[in-house]
Design a protein around this ligand. Structure first.
Ligand code: NDP
Ligand code: 8X3
Length: 253
């Protein structure tokens, strides 16, 4: 257990899974979280066998404050010095305009992307106080920089992540914790299947006619950010597909 420890939320799919894979490849021990326990246990088994690192599957729903607290507080002693926390769990649901918005979708996005990120940070930071070169990476979005039609509440949650990232940078300065935000444009993961509630045709359309980012592109970028020398903090990295200029302008074939 003499390896550094990273904790990655939303590691059962997409960016989080690719990030967990990257940490394991680089010889780190990793706490992987998400709701789908089976996926987490399968990933833990695979990564620990392939890379001879320790992987700790810790399933919980980030929206449930009590569950978040219990899960993080209950970590075994040898897992209680977290060097890097990656706040990645999140989702968009629906693309309705506000006047036809679905209230349940709004609650899910706000509870997951804003409150969930806060709950995890609140309790994980307790385990980061003794870590050397502690670092938090929040996954924001280009949607947290610019608003697009039908993005409304999702954009608001990612604008909130942008604000919370800045707040953490100020407040965790005395704790010696660096805080980085990665703000990606369109990336092909399960994101659009979740947004369109399982409608494969709508989800596939999002990525037609251009090369979207991949989860590995995000993992690479994150790895670059967390391997800068200790006196350097990359505050915010906006990463886009070459075919996407901003939230709403694409060049498609
Ligand atoms: P995926 O849908 O592929 O993965 C999302 C992950 O978040 C899953 O592991 C999921 O796990 C987890 N998650 C969702 N809700 C909860 C919850 N309530 N509790 C715990 N875990 C949860 O999407 P991406 O990998 O693309 O998204 C990752 C992050 O990147 C999100 O914050 C998203 O907003 C952001 N992002 C995505 C972009 C894209 O185009 N793909 C671009 C910019 C930002 P489980 O379902 O098992 O709980
Ligand atoms: C995900 C990217 O443009 O679909 O954050 O909002 S976008």
């Amino acid at each position: 257990m003499n390896r550094p420890i990273a904790m990655v939320t939303g590691a059962s799919a997409g960016f989080g899974e690719a990030i967990a894979r990257r940490f394991a490849q680089e010889g780190w021990n990793v706490i992987i979280t998400g709701r789908r326990a089976e996926r987490l246990h399968a990933l833990a088994e695979e990564l620990s066998q392939t890379h001879q690192t320790d992987i700790y599957a810790l399933p919980f729903d980030v929206r449930d404050a009590k569950a978040v607290e219990e899960a993080i507080v209950s970590l075994p002693e040898e897992w209680k010095t977290i060097q890097i926390l990656v706040n990645n769990a999140g989702l968009a649901v629906g693309r309705n305009t506000i006047d036809s918005g679905d209230l349940e979708d709004w609650e899910r996005m706000i509870d997951t992307n804003v409150k969930g990120l806060l709950y995890v940070t609140r309790f994980a930071v307790e385990h980061m106080r003794n870590a050397e070169n502690a670092h938090i990476v929040n996954i924001g979005s280009i949607a947290g920089k610019e608003v697009y039609n039908g993005g409304n509440v999702y954009c608001a949650t990612k604008f909130a992540v942008d604000a919370l990232t800045k707040a953490m940078r100020v407040e965790f300065l005395p704790l010696g914790i660096r805080v980085t935000q990665i703000s990606p444009g369109a990336a092909e993961t399960e994101f659009s299947m979740v947004r369109f509630k399982g409608d494969e045709e709508k989800a596939a359309k999002v990525y037609e006619g251009y090369k979207a980012l991949t989860a590995e592109d995000i993992a690479d970028t994150l790895w670059f950010a967390v391997t800068r020398p200790p006196h350097v903090c990359l505050n915010d990295i906006v990463i886009m597909p070459a075919a996407q200029a901003n939230s709403f302008t694409f060049f498609k074939n």
